[in-house]
Write a protein that binds this ligand. Structure first.
Ligand SMILES: Cc1cc2nc3c(=O)[nH]c(=O)nc-3n(C[C@H](O)[C@H](O)[C@H](O)COP(=O)(O)OP(=O)(O)OC[C@H]3O[C@@H](n4cnc5c(N)ncnc54)[C@H](O)[C@@H]3O)c2cc1C
Length: 219
């Protein structure tokens, strides 16, 4: 990463250092409760008070923390997308099974056009997202992470949103059962909603996608 003047970007000089949790001054306040999971998502609120660790605990070079964090983001985002698509696929499968077995208003839900529309749209969205993720992964493998940044941002937004849309439709087709905890759908929705935020919210990715797109036309 080229940093012409680090004074203008202090975050680029951040370092990463390992802090054992039994170090004096390390205070684990709480796992942050996330969408009804009181145990939290594994992310904790921590307060450091005069907490000191030896210099050899440094990860990589001093000042390289931002680059280390960035390095994991490309593969990390692809991983998020794979989970999102897997969850969407499971939700669609459940949607179809419920539509076939549930009879309401004189026939199975599968015969209602509104339900068919939800199934068809979900199938189309999932396959579009899957192909886009495959394309981004192929670009990462063939030309590298940096060259694949646009595709990675695109799939991060697309896969997270497709996952939420398909889960929402699956809940709708299940009716009241869908919002109950008797199926995994409500829990999947709660667990995966964070994908539109973690590793960059949709809006930030869309901003950089647009910026790169506009750059192609700037004189
Ligand atoms: C479950 C979970 C796990 C996470 N794990 C990690 C982790 O392991 N490591 C890590 O570093 N971070 C992690 N994050 C943090 C995550 O990356 C941030 O929450 C995310 O980048 C949004 O930052 P913020 O929460 O400070 O919201 P803010 O920056 O306050 O943004 C709030 C909202 O404002 C809007 N917004 C913000 N900036 C812009 C902009 N430039 N243009 C337009 N709109 C904008 C967006 O709608 C955004 O959702 C995690 C978050 C969650 C929910």
């Amino acid at each position: 990463m080229a940093v012409t003047n680090p004074d203008n970007a202090p975050h680029l000089r951040a370092s990463m250092i390992l802090v054992p949790i039994d170090t004096p001054g390390f205070n684990l306040i709480r796992p942050v409760p996330v969408m009804g999971h009181a145990g939290g998502s594994g992310h904790c609120e921590i307060r450091y008070e005069d907490c000191r660790v030896p210099a050899e605990n440094l990860l990589g070079l001093e000042g390289a923390g931002f680059m280390i964090a960035q390095a994991r983001l490309g593969p990390g985002r692809i991983h998020h997308c794979m989970r999102a698509i897997g969850a969407a696929e499971r939700a669609l499968e459940m949607m179809c099974q419920r539509a076939i077995t549930r009879v309401a208003f004189g026939g199975p839900l599968a015969e209602k056009q509104f339900v068919q529309e939800m199934i068809a749209t979900s199938r189309m969205e999932i396959d579009q997202a899957r192909l886009l993720v495959l394309h981004a992964a192929w670009k990462m493998d063939t030309v590298g992470k940096k060259e694949a940044r646009q595709e990675i941002s695109m799939i991060k937004v697309v896969a997270a949103n497709v996952c939420m849309s398909v889960l929402d439709r699956a809940i709708q087709v299940h009716g009241a059962l869908g919002v109950s905890d008797d199926t995994p759908l409500a829990r999947m929705w709660r667990d995966l909603r964070m994908l539109r935020l973690a590793d960059g919210p949709d809006e930030v990715h869309k901003t950089v996608i647009a910026r790169r797109e506009l750059k192609r036309f700037a004189s």
